[in-house]
Design a protein around this ligand. Structure first.
Ligand SMILES: [Zn+2]
Length: 348
């Protein structure tokens, strides 16, 4: 894809509710499934995934829409992947040990020294973040996590931290109301639908003046990848592409203001390496491409050797795109929201 279609549409934005939107591109169910599982490599799982994606969408295409007001990009239908989708789409993947957004949040919590601080991490992975803050910032009794994966949940419970395998929107127990000083949601929001319900719930969980930390992918990087032959931001895995303006809008409607918004500043080397890798993966989705042939190789050693060869080829082809990479294209963006009851009262 060299450019977005930018055809005017009238679909309500799930963040700011404006209806003046435009179509960026259309994903077909087979194309979406091929993004996660190569048909040529695992035809059965591919077909099961196509059928499940069509079940989620209720049809065989999904549009990627951008709001004319807040510039939020969202899949239409705006439906998140469910447990079956993730089981089919991904074999178990590893969790990163430490991330930029963890560092940003950790430093801020150390500085702010909140007395008897309570913290909730939503979608806590294998607990890499809470492991670091444990004992340093707050005791385990003051931490609660939610996590769906059995493996992640076990790791977190191994630290002595309570972990619930639930959707945060279902945490209705009255004892949770206004009970947290800090709520963290790292690389989770881009996977979620039902945003009003979600932000109302985050408001309900936090104490007044409490902090909500959110990290999501950087939209500048996503657009660069999509328009330069690297991976597409494919639904129903990622269903929302966020930016500072949409955070302001959703904050206003749900009783939060932004204290800090930052974009990760990655090194050129790491951005270039990831771009070449994403270009290789994108090309491998095309039947009979060199990259597709490579990914079909069954012998593990030959596969590794040929993947390195494929990446070198992609590096040379990607040189013109690599020259356009700049410091604004780091992986993540990070927001520090403060819950402010006066904003909520004013807007309702
Ligand atoms: Zn909007």
């Amino acid at each position: 894809m060299k450019q977005y279609q930018k055809i005017p549409r009238s679909i309500q934005c799930p963040v700011c509710f404006a209806s003046s939107t435009q179509l960026l591109w259309v994903a077909k169910s087979e194309q979406a499934a091929q993004h996660f599982v190569l048909k040529e490599k695992d035809p059965e799982r591919f077909l099961a995934l196509v059928s499940h994606i069509e079940h989620l969408w209720g049809r065989n295409t999904c549009e990627i829409i951008q709001c004319g007001n807040c510039e939020f990009c969202f899949s239409h239908p705006y439906i998140a992947g469910d447990e079956r989708f993730y089981t089919l789409a991904y074999e178990r993947t590893g969790y990163p040990s430490w991330k930029w957004e963890f560092e940003m949040t950790f430093n801020l919590l150390i500085e702010s020294k909140i007395p008897d601080c309570t913290l909730l991490e939503i979608g806590a992975g294998n607990g890499a973040f809470v492991k670091k803050i444990l004992g340093v910032i707050l005791p385990k009794e003051n931490i609660l996590c939610t996590e769906y994966s059995e493996y992640g949940k076990k790791e977190i419970e191994g630290l002595g931290i309570k972990c619930l395998s639930v959707d945060v929107r279902e945490l209705h127990n009255e004892s949770f109301q206004g009970s947290f000083n800090v709520v963290c949601m790292f690389q989770v929001l881009e996977h979620l639908d039902r945003l009003s319900e979600l932000f109302q719930q985050l408001n309900w969980l936090l104490k007044n003046g409490g902090s909500l930390f959110i990290a999501v992918p950087n939209p500048i990087k996503i657009e660069f990848n999509e328009l330069n032959g690297a991976l597409l931001d494919m639904p129903p895995n990622h269903v929302g592409r966020w930016n500072k303006k949409c955070f302001e809008e959703i904050g206003k409607l749900n009783g939060f203001y932004i204290k800090v918004h930052k974009i990760e500043n990655s090194s050129f080397f790491s951005m270039a390496t990831q771009f070449v890798l994403y270009r290789f993966y994108q090309r491998s989705q095309k039947k009979d491409s060199l990259e597709n042939q490579i990914q079909k190789i069954k012998n593990r050693y030959l596969l590794r050797i040929m993947q390195v060869f494929g990446l070198v080829v992609n590096f040379f082809i990607a040189i013109p795109a690599l020259t356009k990479i700049n410091s604004q294209m780091g992986s993540s963006q990070w927001v520090h929201f403060i819950k402010d009851e006066t904003i909520y009262k004013f807007n309702h």
